[in-house]
Design a protein. Sequence first.
Length: 341
Amino acid sequence: MLPRKPVRLDPRLPWLATTRRFLSPMAGVTDRPFRRVCRPFGADMGFCEFVSAAGLTYGGERTWALVDTDGEEDLVGVQIFGNDPEQMAEAARLLMNHRLDVLDINFGCPAKKVVKKCGGSALLADLPLLESIVREVVAASTVPVTAKIRTGWDEESVNYREVGLMLQDLGVSWVTMHGRTRAQKFTGEADWDRIADLVETVDIPVIGNGDVVDGASYRRLVEHTRCHGVMIGRGAIGNPWIFAEMKAVDEGREPVRPGLEEMCDVTVDHIRAEVAARGEKVGHFTVRKHIAKTFRGRPGSALLRKRVFATDDSESMIAILEETRRDGLPTSAEPGEEVAT
Ligand SMILES: Cc1cc2nc3c(=O)[nH]c(=O)nc-3n(C[C@H](O)[C@H](O)[C@H](O)COP(=O)(O)O)c2cc1C
């Protein structure tokens, strides 16, 4: 059994006691089809990509399409971002007519277009505003509210302890922390010491996040921090099997690694689900970033990627994967098809 700190659980979330493995919200990645791909492997809970409170309150069709949870049976969270407490509260109220187990507030996004409007991680540098957003959203939401933060805005203003305690006092049910500052974006390494420190600082569950790429790093993060759960971002792209590795660690088993046939089958199902959910063009495009990673590192994967990326419809993509399932990864390039490996 991995070590976990005993925590104060929100009584509205009885399932959280045994919920350990989370799929991170990721823009352009964690739509309903991908959440569904990850679940059978061991993802206990998934998140939609973040949605702008402004977009929700203006009734933006494209924003609302990202809240693709209606009828979803498994645990699912919706994440909002914004910088106007009243608008965030209004977005929360509108979301209450939809399917979600928790409402997460994004205080971690480093993207310029989000930070420029003082959303995401910018709020880590404006705690009075952060406080009033959380207060309003907690009051407006009938489902538990959670928050996702970074360690601080930059190295000089690391403030996760203060933020964590504030979130706890305001009634947030858990806090997820990506162990980097905003200034780091995705460079350097996630600081797991700081995640461990946050776990010790607050009584509510902490979900650790950053740089977990397999079962071994999952084990190391939990052993190092005693965090309640772990959220997986990039490590899940093209690799839903990471959740099977994590589950095997939790259950004290050796993980079973997927063979090529299983990789092809899961990918084909994923393509079909994306196309059904999002239409041919977007579905076909969305799944490419997964395929590029699924087969990475295997001989012939660069050529497979090149062939897949040259297709312009999902049926041709599926045909390539069925051929790969039958004959293995391509071993030699057709004339004019050479790729750098
Ligand atoms: C393509 C992409 C999109 C992301 N979108 C979101 C998002 O919508 N909301 C959020 O809180 N974090 C977002 N993140 C950050 C991840 O959720 C996660 O915190 C970060 O990637 C660190 O975890 P990892 O090392 O497991 O990837 C995104 C990351 C990536 C790579």
